[in-house]
Design a binder for this molecule. Structure first.
Ligand SMILES: *Cc1c(COP(=O)(O)O)cnc(C)c1O
Length: 364
């Protein structure tokens, strides 16, 4: 078998969830597992958290249906709401929860309610500054009251908002959004939900009845800069491979496509079978760190579709078959992402289906 695989530490996942739940205080923790659980595999993650998480968040109806078909019975919140009446009927038949984003969606649900095959749970997103989705604050109270009175709406109606800048604790935007949210809630006695991963870690005042962490569950810091609040997280996914070839190159010799990189001195190079077809970013420049047999070594030359080359001149343990980690437990995905000009979120969700996910079972 090709030695390139994503090793999943499900014990670390459960550790991170418990840490999020503790940070949430009395609030409940909706585990966000959209985009195939940030590339980790939504069914695997949902099963591993089934006895801990009171609800999961997904991006769209298709993701919710796939989890139901795989036998996941935990409540599922569709963060993108519904697109048309057909989706609304399907959501009601499956007793899903929907995040509603506009007055039009609220009207559509109220109009369709008498004919629905079941009741849906409703979260109402209110606009506080992201300017992407969300109900204008002045429409909140009347929408909330009418939804509460609607027999096709099951249980409580949660009022939510989404923060634009929580990954930078210095940014005054978060305080402004929190103030707008409190003003919008006014006298409504509604359960609230504000915090994503970064807010849960850095803004205690954003904690509410429900918190919605995603990225932190997978064990990586959601902050743009290093932040001590993220210190207790344990990376869940380690992208690993093995050295398949070694060679020596003389000074001035070129390495890889385009012959764009030349050895500045005599080097020992390792070839590793991972490339951009696996989701390792082609934009990673020479110098991007790679973990090889216990040490950090620099990537050299262009990333190919299926291969990379690493300068292991200073890694005497680097033999054919030696273990390589592209990111994970020994090397933060955020660091590799920063070198490649992106964020860890993107590297995780772009990990290709070609890479087998190998779950290491949790002990409990
Ligand atoms: C993706 C998402 C989250 C989780 O964000 P993280 O930064 O991964 O914690 C929370 N709420 C909403 C509405 C989202 O779309």
């Amino acid at each position: 078998m090709r030695p390139t695989a994503a090793h999943l530490d499900l014990e670390a996942l459960r550790h991170n969830f418990r840490l999020a739940a503790r940070l949430g205080g009395g609030g409940r923790t909706l585990a966000v597992i959209k985009a195939d659980a940030y590339g980790h595999g939504a069914v695997t993650v949902a099963r591993a958290l089934a006895d801990l998480a009171p609800a999961f968040g997904v991006a769209c109806l298709e993701e919710a249906v796939a989890l139901r078909e795989a036998g996941i019975r935990t409540p599922l919140l569709v963060l993108g709401g519904f697109r048309d009446r057909e989706e609304l009927r399907e959501a009601a038949a499956r007793r899903l929860w929907l995040m509603l984003e506009s007055g039009e969606q609220v009207e559509e649900l109220l109009a369709a309610a008498p004919g629905l095959p079941g009741a849906v749970g409703v979260w109402l997103e209110v606009e506080t500054g992201m300017h992407r989705l969300g109900l204008p604050a002045e429409q909140l109270a009347s929408c909330y009251r009418r939804l509460r009175a609607c027999p096709a709406v099951a249980g409580e109606v949660v009022v939510a908002t989404h923060l634009a800048c929580a990954d930078d604790p210095e940014d005054p935007m978060t305080a402004r959004q929190l103030a707008r949210f409190r003003a919008a809630l006014g006298g409504l006695d509604a359960p609230a939900s504000i915090a994503n991963s970064a807010a849960l870690l850095a803004f205690p005042e954003a904690r509410a009845h429900w918190n919605r962490p995603g990225y932190l569950l997978y064990g990586n810091s959601p902050f743009a800069k290093a932040h001590p609040a993220a210190a207790g997280l344990r990376p869940v996914l380690s992208l690993r491979s093995r050295i398949i070839a070694l060679r020596r190159v003389a000074p001035g010799e070129a390495v890889g496509y385009g012959a764009s990189w030349r050895a500045p001195r005599p080097l020992r190079l390792a070839t590793v079978p991972v490339g951009y077809a696996d989701g390792y970013p082609r934009t990673a420049p020479s110098g991007t760190p790679v973990w090889v047999a216990g040490r950090r070594a620099p990537l050299v030359g262009r990333v190919s579709m299926d291969l990379i080359t690493v300068d292991v001149t200073d890694v005497p343990e680097a033999a054919v078959g030696a273990e390589v980690e592209l990111w994970g437990a020994h090397l933060s995905v955020n660091e590799v992402a920063a070198a490649a000009g992106t964020i860890g979120y993107e590297l995780l969700v772009r990990l290709s289906p070609r890479v087998p996910r190998l779950p290491l079972p949790a002990r409990s």
